[in-house]
Design a binder for this molecule. Structure first.
Ligand SMILES: *Cc1c(COP(=O)(O)O)cnc(C)c1O
Length: 414
């Protein structure tokens, strides 16, 4: 039987100190009738929730009424075409989720055991796992404090004769400096796969993420900017990559003989039901992105007055879509990340800690035992994100900011 990788915090040395405590219990607020002028308070403000106010129900009803509920049907093609177009990409390959989108895109490279793929250590586990599934090795790079993204200047030192690809992650909706990254990739003949799972609609120098490398991957999980419940897509401008990804997605059936397989394929197909929701969501992308950016700006304006809070970055060349509105706590804030999370949970405000870096994960710890990534570790130690849904109202944000002030006052912070 498979055994879990047990990793005790005591055995991690000083790295143990950055690992978050247990999840705090959210306490729903009794929604007393608001005073005149005071904002009504929701019992719980969740960190993220979907917004299904467009044609979702209409399209999914159409799929059921026409009997097209599996992985053939018109919504798949319409969703792939519209989503890819909005990402400035020629092709879209819809699939079951963001993780398999990464797996599928990497599978087109024909990686072999011992091959290396460069990724940031500060990311969600799927980035590293997609590489590991193919028997290749994720090679880690630290973040840079300016954008919280992979430090492009540290990539070149990690390139070896076995390196095949670079996977930048547009963390929390902020794009990576792709021109600098692509220059390195070009010089060394490496494939560039954007992990854009958190950055639908983000722009780099006016260009959409999802079209800035050889291929890109998106997730449509319930908390992503566009959702299909579960879902994912590979976008690319390369016809060879798109054709192979479409084929590998569908068991790699051959055109000359159906049950004749020349590649190790997968069943990673998306259903027409998911695509129906995805098309309706994609029609509203501009609305969602505008809401996220307006909410991000409003949060930042309110939080700038709170001592010891670092608000999220936006480089001059970037348009951040604030998939998650992250903050970093400095000493003068008066509470630790876990302390603030508990105080907010008692006030019905849900939060999440930042990623735990890959080199600190029970499944990867031994593989990277002697490696340290101080910027990623510091982000993990001090970062958390606040409620960030596209449908968040000004009243919700006011309530979150008020809860942050109260949390500080409770511990007597100046
Ligand atoms: C959400 C996410 C994924 C995985 O997407 P799923 O649809 O949950 O499989 C991959 N990479 C990053 C950076 C993500 O945030």
């Amino acid at each position: 039987m498979l055994q879990p990788h047990e990793l005790k915090l005591e055995d991690m040395g000083d790295l143990g100190e950055i690992i978050p405590g247990p999840e705090p219990t959210l306490i729903a607020q009794r929604n007393a009738i608001p005073q005149f002028g005071a904002p009504a308070r929701r019992p719980i403000i969740p960190v993220c929730e979907p917004w299904l106010a467009g044609n979702e129900l209409k399209y999914i009803t159409e799929a059921v009424e026409t009997n097209w509920i599996s992985s053939a049907g018109g919504f798949i093609h319409r969703f792939e075409a519209m989503f890819a177009e909005k990402m400035d990409a020629r092709y879209g390959v819809a699939c079951m989720n963001g993780t398999v989108a990464l797996h599928l895109a990497l599978a087109t490279l024909g990686l072999e055991p011992g091959d290396e793929v460069i990724i940031p250590t500060f990311t969600m586990i799927a980035t590293a796992n997609a590489v590991t599934y193919l028997g290749a090795k994720p090679v880690l790079v630290d973040s840079e404090p300016g954008t919280w993204n992979m430090d492009v200047e540290q990539i070149e030192a990690k390139i070896t004769a076995r390196t095949k690809a670079i996977m930048p992650v547009h963390t929390y909706g902020h794009p990576v400096d792709m021109d600098a990254l692509n220059a390195i990739a070009q010089k060394h003949g490496l494939f560039v796969l954007e992990d854009a799972a958190e950055a639908h609609g983000a722009k780099y120098k006016g260009r959409a993420v999802g079209s800035l490398g050889d291929a890109a991957c998106f997730s449509f999980y319930g908390n992503k900017i566009i959702t299909t419940g579960e879902g994912g897509m590979v976008t690319t401008n390369r016809e060879d990559v798109a054709r192979l990804a479409w084929n590998l997605r569908d068991h790699a059936f051959s055109t000359e003989r159906h049950f004749w397989h020349k590649f190790l394929g997968y069943n990673y197909r998306m259903t027409n039901l998911q695509a129906a929701i995805g098309l309706a969501q994609t029609e509203q992308l501009e609305k969602f992105v505008a809401a996220r950016r307006a909410n991000g700006a409003y949060y930042t304006a309110q939080l700038r007055r709170v001592p010891g809070i670092v608000t999220p970055p936006e480089a001059a060349w970037a348009s951040n879509v604030y998939w998650m509105y992250g903050i970093i706590l400095k000493e003068e804030f008066g509470l630790t990340r876990d302390g603030l999370r508990q105080a907010l949970a008692r006030r019905g405000v849900e939060t999440r800690t930042f990623f735990i870096p890959m080199h600190c994960q029970p499944i990867y710890f031994d593989q990277y035992r002697r490696e340290r990534y101080p910027v990623a570790e510091d982000l993990c130690r001090r970062g958390l994100y606040l409620p960030s849904a596209s449908g968040l109202t000004r009243e919700d944000i006011d309530a979150v900011v008020a809860a942050i002030w109260e949390s500080r006052e409770e511990v007597g912070a100046k």
